[in-house]
Design a protein around this ligand. Sequence first.
Ligand code: XMP
Length: 525
Amino acid sequence: MTSVDADRVGPSELVLVLDFGSQYSQLIARRIREARVYCELVPGTTPWAELEPRRPAGVVLSGGPASVYQPGAPQVDPALFRSGVPVLGICYGMQLIAHHLGGEVAPADRREYGPALLEVSEPGRLFEHLPARLPVWMSHGDQVRRLPAGFRVLASSANSPVAAFDDGGRLLGIQFHPEVHHTPQGVDILRNFLYRICGCTGTWTPGSFILRATEAIRAQVGDGRVICALSGGVDSAVAATLIHRAVGDQLTCLFVNNGLLRREEPERVLDVLHGSLDLDIRYVDASQRFLSALQGVVDPEEKRRIVGREFIRVFEEEAKALAERRGEIDFLAQGTLYPDVIESTAPETAGAARIKTHHNVGGLPSGLRFRLIEPLRYLFKDEARAVGLELGLPEDLVHRQPFPGPGLAVRCLGEVTPERLEILRAADWVVVDEIKKHGLYRQVWQSFAVLTPLRTVGIMGDDRTYASLVAVRVVTSEDAMTADWARLPHEVLARISNRIVNEVPGVNRVVFDITSKPPGTIEWE
Ligand code: XMP
C-alpha cells in the first residue's frame, strides 16, 4: 500500500517541533495546535535543507534525555540558527542553542525536578504581559553556565541562573517546560512565541482543516472508488464523513459485526451513521464466524491474532464482492491519528517491548492492493473530535470512549462464549449507564466491565451462590499511554455494584480495579 501525500493538509502557517526524544514532545505539538497554529513533529537531527522548503514560521527544539556535550548526543543542524527563522529551545533544546553558539552547558550542581519559581528580569516579547514571577515545571540535570555572545538572561530560578534567554531577536531558550500543566502560564508563553515572535495569526481551525482536507481528498481520489471500514468509533466515522463530504457516493463503508460489540452497539452505530449522514454502509454480520474461531481460546494475544485475522478475511471477501458489483476499488480509507503515526515512527519507541498486539480495523496486511488514504493522519484525537462536530456528527458519537479493536474478547477473560459475552454485556451496560447518569462519561477516559474466570461464594436470599466475579475498570487519561484509576464517588460505586449483582444473572461479586498504568494496562488482557 502506498500512502497519499495529500493527507498532509496543514495550512500555510506551520511550526516545526524538532524532536530530541523528550517524553513531552507530543505534548508541545498539542499545545501549539491548541493555540490554533498547525505544527508537526520531525526528528531533531533532520538537516535544515530538508525542512526549509516547507517555510516554517517558527521552530521549537524539544527537550531530550541526552547531554548536549556528550559524544553521540543528537545535535541540531546549526544552519537553522543562520536562517532567520524564530527558534524556541525548550530544556535540552535551549542547551543546544547555547552549545552551538559558543555558550557553555554543564551538569547542574543538583538535578532540578519539579516545581520552581521563575523570576522574570527582562520580559522581552516571550514574557510580555505576564507576571514577573511565574510557577514553572523543571526537569533537568544540565544547565546553561555561560551565555553565547550577544545573548541575555530573561529569567532565572533558585537553581537555574539562566532559566530563559534570548539574543534580543529570534533565538530564544527556556529551561522549564511550558507544555505541562504544572506550568500554568506555559500556554501563554508558547502563544507569545507563536504570535509575537513568529508572527502567526492562528489559522488552524476545524473549519480550515475540513476545507483543505476535502480539496486534497478530491484531488487524490479523482473518480476512483474508496472503501472504509467503520468500527463504530469516532476516528473511522470522522474519516468516512470527511471523505463522503469530498467524494460523495464514490465512498462505500463496511461495518463488520464481529460478535464482540457491546449491547445495542451495532444498531446504534448503524442508526447514527446511516440515518443522519446518508453514508453508503454495507453491514456484515460475521459474529458466528468470529465466535467459532475464538472457541476454546484463552490466551489474550491469540485472541487478538484471531480477531485481526478474521477481520482481514471478511474485509477481503466483502471488498471483492463490492468490486464485482460496482467496479474496482482504488483506495482504502483509515482513521489513523497523529499519535499512532508518531509512535510507530519514533526512534525511541522502535525497539520498545511489545506489550500488546493492537489490531485496529486499520491492521490490514500490506499485500492489499489499495492505496491508503488517511485524512486524519496529522490530527490529535481532540482535533478529530472537533472536526467530527463541525461535520455534523452527533455529540454522542464524537465523544464516545475508545473501544479496543478485539472488542469484548479481551474483556471476557478466559474462554469467549455467547453465554459469557451476554453476562459481560449486561454488566458493562450497568457500568456505562451509571457513569453517564452521574455525568462522568466525558470526564473519564474509559469505563467498562471485565468478566473474570473466577467464581466466588455468595449468599442471595437464603441460598448460597457460587457465581462469577466482575471487575469494574474506570480510568482517567490524556492519551492512554499512562492512566490512573478514577476516584469515583462511593455512591456511584455502590450503585454499580448493587445493580450488577441484582440485574446480571450469574454474577454475585463486583470488585473495582485500583491499578494505575503503569504498572497495569487499561484493559485486563
Ligand atoms: P492498554 O490496555 O494497552 O490500552 O493500556 C491502551 C488503549 O488501547 C486500547 N486497546 C486496544 N485498541 N486494539 C485496539 O484497537 C487492541 O488490541 C487494544 N488493546 C487495548 C485500550 O482500550 C486503551 O484505550
